[in-house]
Design a protein around this ligand. Sequence first.
Ligand SMILES: NC(=O)c1ccc[n+]([C@@H]2O[C@H](COP(=O)([O-])OP(=O)(O)OC[C@H]3O[C@@H](n4cnc5c(N)ncnc54)[C@H](OP(=O)(O)O)[C@@H]3O)[C@@H](O)[C@H]2O)c1
Length: 241
Amino acid sequence: MGHPRNILITGASRGLGLATARRLLEYGHTVILGVRDVKRSAQAVESLPRSQNAVVVPLDVTSDDSVATAATLVDERVTHLDALVNNAGVLLDKEYVPSNTLLSTVRDTLDTNVLGVIRVTNAMLPLLRCADHARIVNVGSEAGSLALTSDPLRVHSRMRLLGYNVSKTALNAVTVSYANELRFAGIDVLTVDPGYCATDINRLSGRRTADQGAESIVDAVLSPERFPAGQFRNHDGVVPW
Ligand SMILES: NC(=O)c1ccc[n+]([C@@H]2O[C@H](COP(=O)([O-])OP(=O)(O)OC[C@H]3O[C@@H](n4cnc5c(N)ncnc54)[C@H](OP(=O)(O)O)[C@@H]3O)[C@@H](O)[C@H]2O)c1
Protein backbone atom coordinates (compact mmCIF):
# COMPACT_ATOMS: atom_id res chain seq x y z
CA MET A 1 0.00 0.00 0.00
CA GLY A 2 1.84 3.12 -1.22
CA HIS A 3 5.62 3.44 -1.12
CA PRO A 4 7.46 1.41 1.55
CA ARG A 5 7.69 3.33 4.80
CA ASN A 6 9.67 3.07 8.02
CA ILE A 7 7.34 3.05 11.00
CA LEU A 8 8.14 2.86 14.72
CA ILE A 9 5.43 1.54 17.05
CA THR A 10 5.77 1.74 20.83
CA GLY A 11 4.15 -0.97 22.98
CA ALA A 12 4.32 -3.42 20.08
CA SER A 13 4.62 -6.58 22.21
CA ARG A 14 0.89 -7.36 22.21
CA GLY A 15 -2.61 -5.98 21.69
CA LEU A 16 -3.13 -3.10 19.29
CA GLY A 17 0.57 -2.37 18.82
CA LEU A 18 1.31 -5.92 17.68
CA ALA A 19 -1.80 -6.05 15.45
CA THR A 20 -0.79 -2.71 13.87
CA ALA A 21 2.73 -4.04 13.25
CA ARG A 22 1.32 -7.17 11.62
CA ARG A 23 -0.90 -5.24 9.22
CA LEU A 24 1.84 -2.76 8.24
CA LEU A 25 4.27 -5.64 7.60
CA GLU A 26 1.62 -7.34 5.43
CA TYR A 27 1.53 -4.14 3.37
CA GLY A 28 5.32 -4.34 2.88
CA HIS A 29 6.46 -1.58 5.21
CA THR A 30 9.45 -1.73 7.55
CA VAL A 31 8.21 -1.83 11.12
CA ILE A 32 10.34 -1.10 14.14
CA LEU A 33 8.69 -2.70 17.13
CA GLY A 34 9.44 -0.96 20.42
CA VAL A 35 9.00 -3.51 23.21
CA ARG A 36 9.78 -3.32 26.91
CA ASP A 37 11.02 -6.88 27.19
CA VAL A 38 12.58 -8.33 24.04
CA LYS A 39 12.73 -11.89 25.44
CA ARG A 40 9.09 -11.90 26.50
CA SER A 41 8.04 -10.56 23.09
CA ALA A 42 10.09 -13.06 21.05
CA GLN A 43 7.25 -15.48 20.35
CA ALA A 44 4.88 -12.71 19.26
CA VAL A 45 7.51 -11.19 17.00
CA GLU A 46 8.32 -14.58 15.43
CA SER A 47 4.65 -14.92 14.47
CA LEU A 48 4.80 -11.79 12.30
CA PRO A 49 4.67 -11.95 8.50
CA ARG A 50 7.61 -10.69 6.38
CA SER A 51 9.79 -10.81 9.47
CA GLN A 52 12.79 -9.59 7.44
CA ASN A 53 11.07 -6.17 7.53
CA ALA A 54 10.56 -6.27 11.31
CA VAL A 55 13.14 -4.74 13.65
CA VAL A 56 12.77 -5.12 17.41
CA VAL A 57 14.21 -2.50 19.76
CA PRO A 58 14.00 -2.48 23.56
CA LEU A 59 11.94 0.56 24.52
CA ASP A 60 10.45 1.52 27.87
CA VAL A 61 8.71 4.85 27.31
CA THR A 62 9.09 5.84 30.98
CA SER A 63 12.90 5.69 30.88
CA ASP A 64 15.07 8.48 29.44
CA ASP A 65 17.97 6.05 28.99
CA SER A 66 15.87 3.39 27.28
CA VAL A 67 14.34 5.92 24.88
CA ALA A 68 17.72 7.47 24.06
CA THR A 69 19.23 4.04 23.38
CA ALA A 70 16.24 3.10 21.23
CA ALA A 71 16.68 6.29 19.18
CA THR A 72 20.32 5.34 18.54
CA LEU A 73 19.35 1.79 17.53
CA VAL A 74 16.64 3.05 15.17
CA ASP A 75 19.10 5.54 13.66
CA GLU A 76 21.50 2.66 12.97
CA ARG A 77 18.80 0.73 11.09
CA VAL A 78 16.98 3.36 9.01
CA THR A 79 17.83 6.69 7.40
CA HIS A 80 14.51 8.25 8.41
CA LEU A 81 11.15 7.54 10.06
CA ASP A 82 7.97 8.10 8.04
CA ALA A 83 5.74 7.52 11.05
CA LEU A 84 5.83 7.17 14.81
CA VAL A 85 2.90 5.41 16.47
CA ASN A 86 2.79 6.33 20.16
CA ASN A 87 0.75 3.32 21.20
CA ALA A 88 2.24 2.16 24.54
CA GLY A 89 -0.28 2.80 27.27
CA VAL A 90 -1.58 1.69 30.64
CA LEU A 91 -4.95 1.70 32.37
CA LEU A 92 -4.28 1.40 36.09
CA ASP A 93 -7.46 2.72 37.68
CA LYS A 94 -10.25 0.47 36.37
CA GLU A 95 -11.46 -0.49 39.84
CA TYR A 96 -11.74 3.08 41.13
CA VAL A 97 -13.77 6.27 40.88
CA PRO A 98 -12.03 9.66 40.88
CA SER A 99 -12.45 10.33 44.60
CA ASN A 100 -10.68 7.12 45.68
CA THR A 101 -7.97 6.96 43.04
CA LEU A 102 -4.48 7.15 44.50
CA LEU A 103 -2.31 10.04 43.41
CA SER A 104 0.48 7.57 42.69
CA THR A 105 -1.81 5.75 40.24
CA VAL A 106 -2.57 8.98 38.41
CA ARG A 107 1.15 9.84 38.37
CA ASP A 108 2.14 6.42 36.98
CA THR A 109 -0.56 6.66 34.32
CA LEU A 110 0.59 10.11 33.21
CA ASP A 111 4.21 8.94 33.18
CA THR A 112 3.47 6.31 30.53
CA ASN A 113 0.51 7.74 28.60
CA VAL A 114 1.63 11.39 28.41
CA LEU A 115 5.27 11.91 29.41
CA GLY A 116 6.20 8.70 27.58
CA VAL A 117 4.71 10.09 24.38
CA ILE A 118 6.59 13.38 24.75
CA ARG A 119 9.84 11.58 25.60
CA VAL A 120 9.65 9.26 22.58
CA THR A 121 8.45 11.99 20.21
CA ASN A 122 11.35 14.31 21.07
CA ALA A 123 13.88 11.49 20.76
CA MET A 124 12.58 10.39 17.35
CA LEU A 125 12.00 13.85 15.87
CA PRO A 126 15.42 14.08 14.17
CA LEU A 127 14.58 10.90 12.22
CA LEU A 128 11.02 12.08 11.51
CA ARG A 129 12.37 15.38 10.16
CA CYS A 130 14.46 13.41 7.64
CA ALA A 131 11.30 12.03 5.96
CA ASP A 132 9.05 13.72 3.41
CA HIS A 133 5.88 14.56 5.35
CA ALA A 134 6.27 12.30 8.36
CA ARG A 135 3.36 11.57 10.66
CA ILE A 136 2.93 11.07 14.40
CA VAL A 137 -0.07 8.99 15.44
CA ASN A 138 -0.93 9.11 19.14
CA VAL A 139 -3.23 6.30 20.21
CA GLY A 140 -5.91 7.94 22.33
CA SER A 141 -9.38 7.19 23.52
CA GLU A 142 -12.85 8.70 23.48
CA ALA A 143 -12.41 8.66 27.28
CA GLY A 144 -10.12 11.64 26.64
CA SER A 145 -12.75 13.66 24.77
CA LEU A 146 -14.11 16.37 27.08
CA ALA A 147 -16.90 17.02 24.56
CA LEU A 148 -18.12 13.40 24.93
CA THR A 149 -17.41 12.66 28.60
CA SER A 150 -19.02 15.92 29.81
CA ASP A 151 -22.36 15.08 28.19
CA PRO A 152 -24.46 13.23 30.83
CA LEU A 153 -26.66 11.78 28.09
CA ARG A 154 -23.73 9.94 26.57
CA VAL A 155 -22.36 6.58 27.68
CA HIS A 156 -18.93 8.28 27.80
CA SER A 157 -19.96 10.12 30.97
CA ARG A 158 -19.87 6.73 32.72
CA MET A 159 -16.13 6.41 31.96
CA ARG A 160 -14.89 7.79 35.27
CA LEU A 161 -11.26 6.72 35.25
CA LEU A 162 -9.38 9.65 36.72
CA GLY A 163 -5.85 8.73 35.69
CA TYR A 164 -6.74 7.22 32.33
CA ASN A 165 -9.21 9.93 31.25
CA VAL A 166 -6.93 12.77 32.32
CA SER A 167 -4.01 11.11 30.52
CA LYS A 168 -5.92 10.75 27.27
CA THR A 169 -7.26 14.33 27.46
CA ALA A 170 -3.69 15.52 28.05
CA LEU A 171 -2.59 13.37 25.12
CA ASN A 172 -4.97 15.35 22.91
CA ALA A 173 -3.30 18.55 24.10
CA VAL A 174 0.06 16.97 23.28
CA THR A 175 -1.23 16.22 19.77
CA VAL A 176 -2.43 19.80 19.22
CA SER A 177 0.75 21.33 20.66
CA TYR A 178 3.05 19.31 18.42
CA ALA A 179 0.74 19.76 15.41
CA ASN A 180 0.97 23.54 15.81
CA GLU A 181 4.76 23.39 15.86
CA LEU A 182 5.43 20.64 13.35
CA ARG A 183 3.06 21.64 10.55
CA PHE A 184 5.81 24.04 9.48
CA ALA A 185 8.12 21.04 9.13
CA GLY A 186 5.50 19.15 7.09
CA ILE A 187 4.84 16.68 9.93
CA ASP A 188 1.19 15.89 10.75
CA VAL A 189 0.19 14.86 14.27
CA LEU A 190 -3.03 12.99 15.03
CA THR A 191 -4.81 11.28 17.88
CA VAL A 192 -6.55 8.05 16.88
CA ASP A 193 -9.13 6.23 18.94
CA PRO A 194 -9.09 2.55 17.92
CA GLY A 195 -12.53 1.89 19.48
CA TYR A 196 -13.29 -0.45 22.34
CA CYS A 197 -11.14 -3.47 21.42
CA ALA A 198 -10.62 -6.80 23.18
CA THR A 199 -7.07 -6.57 24.54
CA ASP A 200 -5.36 -7.16 27.88
CA ILE A 201 -5.95 -3.55 28.89
CA ASN A 202 -9.67 -4.28 29.38
CA ARG A 203 -9.34 -8.01 30.08
CA LEU A 204 -10.53 -8.76 26.56
CA SER A 205 -13.94 -7.13 27.19
CA GLY A 206 -13.84 -4.86 24.11
CA ARG A 207 -16.45 -5.33 21.38
CA ARG A 208 -14.00 -4.83 18.49
CA THR A 209 -11.06 -7.08 17.75
CA ALA A 210 -7.48 -5.88 18.05
CA ASP A 211 -7.23 -6.24 14.26
CA GLN A 212 -10.20 -3.90 13.78
CA GLY A 213 -8.68 -1.36 16.16
CA ALA A 214 -5.34 -1.66 14.38
CA GLU A 215 -7.09 -0.88 11.10
CA SER A 216 -8.01 2.58 12.43
CA ILE A 217 -4.37 3.18 13.43
CA VAL A 218 -3.06 1.92 10.09
CA ASP A 219 -5.51 4.18 8.21
CA ALA A 220 -4.18 7.18 10.12
CA VAL A 221 -0.57 6.18 9.41
CA LEU A 222 -1.06 5.61 5.67
CA SER A 223 -3.84 8.06 4.77
CA PRO A 224 -2.77 10.35 1.91
CA GLU A 225 -4.92 13.09 3.48
CA ARG A 226 -2.94 15.83 5.24
CA PHE A 227 -3.84 17.02 8.75
CA PRO A 228 -1.88 20.25 9.29
CA ALA A 229 -4.09 21.32 12.20
CA GLY A 230 -3.96 17.93 13.93
CA GLN A 231 -7.08 15.85 14.29
CA PHE A 232 -8.79 13.39 16.65
CA ARG A 233 -10.11 10.48 14.55
CA ASN A 234 -11.75 7.08 14.87
CA HIS A 235 -13.07 4.56 12.33
CA ASP A 236 -16.13 6.77 11.71
CA GLY A 237 -14.23 10.01 11.11
CA VAL A 238 -13.57 13.02 13.32
CA VAL A 239 -14.03 12.81 17.13
CA PRO A 240 -14.63 16.07 19.04
CA TRP A 241 -11.69 17.03 21.27
N1 LIG B 1 -8.10 -1.70 23.84
C1 LIG B 1 -8.92 -0.65 23.81
O1 LIG B 1 -10.16 -0.79 23.85
C2 LIG B 1 -8.35 0.73 23.67
C3 LIG B 1 -9.26 1.79 23.43
C4 LIG B 1 -8.75 3.07 23.29
C5 LIG B 1 -7.38 3.28 23.36
N2 LIG B 1 -6.54 2.24 23.63
C6 LIG B 1 -5.11 2.53 23.70
O2 LIG B 1 -4.40 1.67 22.85
C7 LIG B 1 -3.05 1.54 23.30
C8 LIG B 1 -2.63 0.08 23.31
O3 LIG B 1 -3.43 -0.60 24.26
P1 LIG B 1 -3.90 -2.12 24.10
O4 LIG B 1 -5.37 -2.11 24.11
O5 LIG B 1 -3.18 -2.78 22.99
O6 LIG B 1 -3.42 -2.66 25.52
P2 LIG B 1 -2.42 -3.86 25.96
O7 LIG B 1 -2.75 -5.09 25.21
O8 LIG B 1 -2.46 -3.84 27.43
O9 LIG B 1 -0.98 -3.36 25.43
C9 LIG B 1 -0.33 -2.28 26.04
C10 LIG B 1 1.03 -2.18 25.43
O10 LIG B 1 1.71 -1.05 26.00
C11 LIG B 1 2.98 -1.50 26.44
N3 LIG B 1 3.50 -0.68 27.53
C12 LIG B 1 2.94 -0.39 28.72
N4 LIG B 1 3.77 0.36 29.45
C13 LIG B 1 4.88 0.57 28.70
C14 LIG B 1 6.10 1.25 28.89
N5 LIG B 1 6.38 1.89 30.03
N6 LIG B 1 7.00 1.26 27.88
C15 LIG B 1 6.77 0.61 26.73
N7 LIG B 1 5.64 -0.09 26.49
C16 LIG B 1 4.72 -0.11 27.47
C17 LIG B 1 2.78 -2.95 26.86
O11 LIG B 1 4.04 -3.59 26.93
P3 LIG B 1 4.32 -4.88 27.89
O12 LIG B 1 3.88 -6.08 27.10
O13 LIG B 1 5.78 -4.82 28.13
O14 LIG B 1 3.51 -4.68 29.14
C18 LIG B 1 1.90 -3.41 25.71
O15 LIG B 1 2.69 -3.69 24.56
C19 LIG B 1 -3.00 2.20 24.68
O16 LIG B 1 -2.45 3.50 24.56
C20 LIG B 1 -4.48 2.30 25.06
O17 LIG B 1 -4.74 3.35 25.95
C21 LIG B 1 -6.98 0.97 23.78
